[in-house]
Design a protein around this ligand. Sequence first.
Ligand SMILES: [Zn+2]
Length: 83
Amino acid sequence: MNRRVQEHYKRRATAQKSRGSYSIELLAEGVYRVVKTDGTAYTVNLQAKTCTCPDFRHRLARSGEYQGVWCKHLHLCAASFLR
Ligand SMILES: [Zn+2]
């Protein structure tokens, strides 16, 4: 886990949430739909720690430096729903 990268995404998610760029809908237990103001929507699974966005699928899900690093959508949902 790259802590510095993780913190970067967490700050980005927090900043965008405070600007109201996203809305989050509950789909199922631990599964959320994150909708951007432009209509782009991704599904976040907080239990599996996965997201359907290209950022997560193409880069963050790979092994190496970014393995295990959450995308901003995961951070958004975790910040909003994990206690
Ligand atoms: Zn994502």
